[in-house]
Design a protein around this ligand. Structure first.
Ligand code: SDX
Length: 423
């Protein structure tokens, strides 16, 4: 391990985390050299020091506070993973019971929030609604917007985690013209969400334990993922001291993009457009064609240059859920064959493009009954836990200050203003 590297006659400290690549502390590089570093996609930039999630992209490893995603998906629950991400350790039974009771007691939203939905068209995309109503939470919970008050940070964190399922279910109900259902505190976090989404006031709703377990596992797989685009958005928004509700709304907006969380919706739409296995070669060829903007949605990743471990669990879960529900979906067969063909193709092998978390998730969500337009809202629901954990870490990090990148300026240099008659 080297202690420092020398750049332009100055030494810069090399820092080593507990695992993963070393980093060069270049905070003083501009002051020393008058130069900026250039890294527009942050492919070689560590934006922060974090203890929450570790990814080894070459090995396909994902750890949350040191626990592998495979073990958490198999043995834990979304609420337990939420506690782990927020607090750094798995909870005792007492601590877990206290945590889940607290979250349960925050699942209702202010009654006036329901009127916000009525301002949207019925066909509004659920992510457009989520951006709006989550940002609006800061208009209702003034008692938990002071980011420098630890007690308010805790309350805001619990409110956000607790209310996202309620708001996501309301977004779905609004889109189908059905009445909103209030939370039912006798149900689990995930069971409550399923009932608010698929239940109706006219009759009791029985949570299907197979669906509940699968949904809870899907939430676990989406909970956090290091410094991805939406998490970095939340951190950057939070670095200005913006309130947590506004920061999470910013994260939702970023997640919506098809290159990021919007890929789950795009992936299922793509698989449905392909339709039958015989059309797979046509789409593989398009994905490889530099002149065609088409990409295989749900494939490739900035960090994973191996199989996304979440995709492995997701594929297994598809088999379990479809089998248990007695559902056959030809789209799943298309997905399996598309993966098999792509992974044998030199283009994908050379570029190390593998299925990511979004490739199979839509098959399960569709089997459970969600429209594709809800897929990214479900991603946002789960990722709120990671965003909140990362936001809290950023706020309490002594190294953190307002994020303010610089640029390589390539525009016009100084020139005199010319009156219109002289142009
Ligand atoms: C998520 O960051 C995270 O952790 C995100 C996430 C999380 O949990 O937060 O994991 C969730 O966002 C998963 C990714 C979902 N997006 C998609 O599935 C959309 C399709 N994938 C891509 O657009 C792409 O792979 C990205 C955006 C995911 C990653 O892009 P990068 O790292 O910027 O890589 P790139 O665009 O520079 O691609 C490298 C090469 C290019 O070819 P060349 O220009 O080098 O010749 O690989 C090609 C790309 O054209 N490529 C693809 C491809 N993805 C990359 N070619 C065809 N199909 C694809 N899907």
């Amino acid at each position: 391990m080297t202690d420092a590297v020398r750049l332009d006659d100055h030494d810069y400290k090399v820092m080593q985390g507990s695992v993963g690549p070393e980093v060069i502390d270049i905070r003083k590089y501009y002051a020393d050299s008058g130069r900026f570093t250039y890294d527009p996609g942050f492919t070689s930039t560590a934006s922060c020091r974090s203890t929450i999630t570790y990814i080894d992209g070459d090995e396909g490893v994902l750890l949350h506070r040191g626990y592998s995603i495979g073990e958490l998906a198999e043995s834990s629950s979304f609420m337990e993973v939420a506690y782990l991400l927020l607090n750094g350790e798995l909870p005792s039974k007492e601590a877990f019971d206290t945590f889940t009771t607290t979250i349960t007691r925050h699942t209702m939203v202010h009654e006036q929030l329901a009127t916000f939905f009525r301002g949207f068209r019925r066909d509004a995309h659920p992510m457009a609604i989520m951006c709006g109503v989550v940002g609006a939470l800061s208009a209702f919970y003034h008692d938990s917007t002071d980011v420098h008050d630890p007690a308010q940070r805790v309350i805001a964190s619990h409110r956000l985690i607790a209310k996202m399922p309620t708001l996501a279910a309301m977004a779905y109900k609004y889109s189908v013209g059905q009445p909103f259902l209030y939370p039912d505190n006798s149900l689990s976090y995930t069971g409550n969400f399923l009932r608010m989404t698929f239940g109706v006031p006219a009759e009791p709703y029985e949570v299907n334990p197979i669906v509940e377990r699968a949904m809870d596992r899907i939430f676990i797989l989406h909970a956090d993922h290091e410094q991805n685009a939406s998490t970095s958005t939340v951190r950057l928004a939070g670095s200005s001291g913006a309130n947590p509700f506004a920061c999470i709304a910013a994260g939702i907006a970023c997640l919506w993009g098809p290159a990021h969380g919007g890929a789950n919706e795009a992936a299922l739409n793509m698989l449905r457009e392909i339709g039958t296995p015989d059309r797979i070669p046509e789409y593989i060829a398009r994905a490889k064609d530099k002149n065609d903007p088409f990409r295989l949605m749900g494939f490739g990743h900035r960090v994973y240059k191996n199989y996304d471990p979440r995709a492995t669990v997701m594929q297994q879960t598809v088999r379990e859920v479809l089998g248990a529900l007695g559902v056959t979906d030809p789209v799943f067969d298309v997905a399996l064959q598309l993966e098999e063909i792509a992974l044998k193709d030199d283009y994908f092998a050379e570029k190390k493009l593998f299925p990511n978390v979004d490739f199979y998730s839509g098959v399960i969500l569709s089997a459970i009954g969600f429209p594709t337009s809800m897929f990214t809202a479900l991603f946002a629901l789960a990722r709120t836990v990671g965003w909140v954990a990362q936001w809290n870490e950023m706020i309490t990090d002594p190294d953190q200050k307002i994020g303010r990148p610089r640029q390589l300026y390539a525009g016009a240099t100084a020139r005199p203003y010319l009156p219109v008659g002289q142009r």
